[in-house]
Every structure is written in C-alpha cells, then in structure tokens.
Design a protein around this ligand. Structure first.
Ligand SMILES: *Cc1c(COP(=O)(O)O)cnc(C)c1O
Length: 424
C-alpha cells in the first residue's frame, strides 16, 4: 500500500500534487511519501510484536537522511554496509546501539571506525575479516559483538544479480565452516561471537527458499549451542519483495509480511534467541517515485520512443536488473483512454538506457509529466553522475507539506570534484 493517488485528475503524493513539485523543484526528481515509509515500518514491526526482535532498516535501499530520520524516529535501527552508511545513520539520529555493519569486504579503517563508534553488531563474512576485527579491536582494548554471516547455499530473489545465498555467490562463510570458525573466534581477543546471520537475496516473493535458509540457520545455531558456543542472536537479513505492477498493487505487502512472520515463528518456536531483521526494499520501495518530463517523441514506422529527462544514471534498475517500473501519467488518463505501446527511454547514449519496452500508455506528448512508480528503493541510492548529469534532487512529502531533502546538485559541485595535475 502507498500514498500516491489521483485527486481531481492529477497524481498526488499524499496531499501534494506532483505537478506542483515538478513546477517548483524541476524534473527529474525523486518524491517520497513519509506516511508510506512510516506505514511499512509499522506493519513490519507489528508482525513481530511480543517477540525478541530488532529491526535494522537496510539503508542501502535509500539512505537519504530524511528517510533515515523518519524511520529512526519510529525506533528503527540501521543495517549498514560501509563507513559512509554508519556515518549517515549516526547523523540521522540512529543510536550506535542500533547499528549493524554488514558487507562482504570491510576495510581495516571501516572496522576501526565501527569499533570506535560502538555499534551493536558486526556481521563477519570471511575468516580474514574475523582476524582483522579481533586484531584491530584488541589493540583498542575493545571486544565488539559479532555474528557470522553464513551462506546457506539457498539462492533466491527476483534476478540473478540480486541472489546472494547460493554457494556460488560471494557472500558469507560456508555453513559447514561455522563450527570451526566459532572455535577459532573463541580463542581470539577482541571479538565476542554472539550469533549468526543470513541474507539470501532480494525481491523474494515466495517464502520457500527463505524457510529453507532459516531452517539451516536454526539447525546450525542449535549445533553450535550443543558445542558450548553462544549463538543467541539470529539475524535473518532482508529480501522480502514488493509488488512492482499496478495490477497486483493493492495489499499484497501486509499479507506477505504476515505469512513471513508466521513462518519465522514456527521455525524458531521454543528457542531462546533474539531475531534481527534487515528489510530495505520492503520499507522504501513503494514509498518513492521518480518524476520525469517527456522531452521528445521519436516516431519510427514500427514503434514510438518517448524520450524523458530521467536516465539510467538516475534510476538504474531497469538497465541493471531488467526491472519493471509501472509508469503513471501525472495527468490522469481515465479508464476509457486509448493506450498504445511506447518505448520509454532516457537521453543517455546507451541502448540500456531504456525504462520500458512496448509499454501501453495513454497518448503521450512532449511536456507531459510521468512517474516511474515504486522507485523509493535502489533508486536515488544507486544514482550516479554518468554523462556528467547532475544528481537528481529528492523531495519528501508529509501530508500537505513537502520539503526538498536533497537539492539538485549544482554545476559548481559537479565541476569542483575534479582537480587538474600541475602539468596541465
Ligand atoms: C541488501 C541487503 C539487505 C536488504 O535487502 P532488501 O531486499 O532491500 O530487503 C539486507 N541485508 C543485507 C546483508 C543486504 O546486503
């Protein structure tokens, strides 16, 4: 469920017209709905009410400080994957005691930063990282809590590039190695192993693979316990998917969350463990849209291209994952409007700069505003300045108010990033 809907024929974010935002801020622009973010976070946490559970928003999905602070205000923790994300989480008011540090390759400097910040938990992915953490922390006289991210050899997710749990993927220690590494860790200073983590992929809409991975995690934690180790924190990662297609829009989300929660309750029943969750897409995905303006039509005998002012550097998901984004015109077309297939493309000199192929849309003309729906997760956070395009601004709407939560980059900022060597 989300708060983007038509009012008097114009698409609104909550109570604010997207036409107004386009006029005042320009396009392309990301627009977020605070009420949608809040709702998703609340629905998710409510599903685990009464259990020992902690929710760490996976901020790589959308790390705008306003998004983080909206969630932090509700009590959310943060799942981070870099020093930059830890810094942003702290800046947004997420206490260190609610920050988890995940990631395949953490540098010594990042580990040192995380230790100094006193974060809740470090998710270790290799033996080398275990040794590095222990060495760095011991030198500081510290003993941070850590878990092993295990690779359960269960892959899942909407696309090969977002599958992370197969043994062919680079993520985590193999599940069979966990016992040995726990023994290694038990003899190390500077690290306190407290549990295990898994994260098998993203955009997962079927629970079978998650269930298989969680069963393996449960069995492993019981085995470790039998060996005298402590594995009482089980971090179950993120990965729950969301509907990207309007036709299935209405309320898939909550029922999937309920089913997920019930499955987890069943699998970990009777175990005295603390569960951790790292939802990203589920929280931010349909809380945001990318608003863009049609620049030109390029009519060919066999098809018509709609060239818009947003491009793959602003929203890379279609180019990178063949991802589908619904496209809604800001001026409502009405059910009777004739639709015709369009290819919707950006201005970048790459054929991959294509948002949609043969997409049925109402009559579209230059100057029209259209919205790429469900662009709140892995949208802005994956954007770049490719083609020397300015980073897209971000707007947050709350009720009848809106605020620019990231201004459009300026030409001075863009040009000021580079330095000339002295021989030029
Ligand atoms: C990306 C990631 C997440 C969030 O994934 P979503 O599919 O957005 O929920 C959670 N945990 C880890 C370790 C990740 O890498």
């Amino acid at each position: 469920m989300h708060h983007f809907h038509y009012r008097s024929g114009v698409l609104h974010a909550e109570d604010v017209s997207l036409a107004r935002i386009a006029a005042e801020v320009g396009t392309p622009v990301y627009v977020y709905s605070a009420a949608t973010l809040e709702r998703h976070y609340k629905v998710f946490t409510a599903a685990f009410a009464g259990q020992r559970a902690r929710v760490f928003y996976a901020m790589k999905a959308n790390s705008n400080l306003a998004v983080l602070k909206t969630l932090a205000t509700l009590g959310a923790g943060a799942d981070t994957v870099s020093e930059g994300e830890i810094r942003k989480a702290l800046a947004a008011g997420v206490p260190a005691s609610k920050i988890v540090f995940s990631g395949v390759g953490k540098s010594d400097a990042e580990l040192a930063f995380a230790i100094d910040a006193g974060i809740y938990q470090i998710n270790i992915e290799t033996e080398g990282e275990l040794l590095a953490l222990s060495r760095i922390a011991a030198a500081k006289g510290r003993r941070p809590s850590a878990v092993f991210r295990v690779n359960p050899d269960v892959g899942a997710g909407g696309h090969a590039k977002i599958t992370t749990g197969s043994s062919d993927n680079k993520f985590g220690i193999s599940i069979g190695d966990a016992g040995r590494l726990y023994d290694v860790a038990a003899n190390l200073p500077g690290v306190n192993m407290v549990g295990l983590a898994v994260h098998i992929g993203s955009q997962i809409r079927e629970l079978d693979e998650l269930e298989a991975a969680f069963q393996r995690l449960r069995d492993l934690s019981k085995g470790l316990k039998a060996q005298g180790h402590s594995a009482e924190r089980l971090d179950l990662g993120g990965g729950l998917g969301i509907p990207y297609e309007m036709s299935e829009a209405v309320d898939h989300g909550p029922s999937l969350i309920q089913a997920y929660a019930a499955m987890i309750k069943r699998i970990f029943a009777g175990m005295d463990v603390e569960l951790g969750f790292e939802p990203g897409r589920l929280i931010a995905g349909n809380a945001g849209i990318l608003l863009t303006r049609v620049l030109h039509l390029n009519q060919r005998p066999q098809k018509t291209f709609v060239v818009v002012d947003a491009a793959m550097n602003d929203l890379v998901r279609p180019a990178m994952y063949e991802a589908f984004h619904d496209i809604w015109p800001v001026q409502e077309a009405g059910h009777a409007a004739v639709r015709q297939p369009y290819d919707v493309v950006g201005p970048i000199c790459e054929s991959g700069d294509t948002f949609a192929t043969a997409r049925p849309l109402p009559q579209t003309k230059p100057g029209d505003l259209i919205a790429f729906m469900t662009a709140g997760a892995y949208g802005s956070s994956m954007s770049s300045t490719y083609n020397s395009r300015l980073l897209v601004p971000e707007v947050m709407v709350k009720g009848a108010e809106f605020a620019v939560v990231r201004p459009r980059q300026t030409w001075d900022e863009l040009l000021g990033q580079d330095r000339l060597p002295k021989w030029l």
